[in-house]
Design a protein around this ligand. Structure first.
Ligand SMILES: [Fe+2]
Length: 182
C-alpha cells in the first residue's frame, strides 16, 4: 500500500525517508485532491491473470508497456541515470509506474511547492500527472523492478525545472486550481 508524507528540508541522503518531526502522513485519497496523483493496487502475484491491470490499461488507453530494473547491476549508467531521475522535472505525458519488486520514492510538489514523498512497494501503481514537478529516487535498498506504461509511442523526456511556460504545466495548474474535479 502506498504511503505518502511531507518531507523535511534536509539535503542529506536522498535515499532516507526524510520525515518531518513529528511525521506528517497524507492519506491516499487526499493525495489526489492535493496533487492529482492517482493510485491503484495491483496484486503482484496474480496480475497477469486476474484482469485488474488489463482493465486499467483498457480504460486509460495504455497501449505501450515495458519493464525497468533500477540497480547498480542492471541499469546502464546507473549513477548518471539516478542523478537525472532525482533532478526536479516534468513531462508532457503521464508517468505511470507499477512496482513489482523492491521499492522507491516518487517526490511531487504540492500547491505550496512543498515536497511530498510517495513510497511505492510491490503492487503499488501510481500515475503522476503531466505537468507536475517531480523526481524519483531509490531508497536504502537500492533496488526496484517496475513496469512502465504509455499511451502510444513512449516519450520519456524530462523537462527540468523551470518549465513554467510549457502548455502541459499551464494545464496542470488549471486542474490544480479546480481541485482535480474533471
Ligand atoms: Fe519523471
Amino acid at each position: 500500500m502506498v504511503r505518502a508524507w511531507y518531507m523535511d528540508d534536509s539535503k542529506e541522503d536522498q535515499r532516507a525517508e526524510h520525515h518531518k518531526t513529528p511525521p506528517e502522513f497524507i492519506d491516499v485519497k487526499d493525495l489526489y485532491k492535493i496533487t492529482g496523483v492517482e493510485y491503484f493496487t495491483i496484486n503482484p502475484q496474480t496480475y497477469t491473470e486476474d484482469g485488474e491491470l488489463e482493465s486499467i490499461k483498457r480504460k486509460r488507453g495504455y497501449t505501450y508497456e515495458d519493464q525497468i530494473v533500477c540497480s547498480r547491476e542492471c541499469l546502464p549508467n546507473y549513477e548518471e541515470k539516478l542523478r537525472n531521475f532525482f533532478t526536479e522535472h516534468l513531462h508532457t505525458d503521464e508517468e505511470i509506474r507499477l512496482c513489482l519488486e523492491g521499492s522507491g520514492y516518487f517526490d511531487v510538489r504540492d500547491k505550496q511547492d512543498q515536497w511530498i514523498r510517495i513510497e511505492v512497494v510491490p503492487g503499488d501503481m501510481i500515475i503522476i500527472p503531466s505537468g507536475i514537478y517531480h523526481r524519483f529516487t531509490l531508497d536504502s535498498k537500492n533496488f526496484i523492478k517496475a513496469k512502465r506504461f504509455f499511451i502510444g509511442e513512449p516519450v520519456w523526456t524530462p523537462h527540468n525545472r523551470p518549465a513554467d511556460e510549457m502548455e502541459c504545466r499551464q494545464n496542470y495548474l488549471k486542474r490544480l486550481d479546480n481541485g482535480f474535479e474533471e
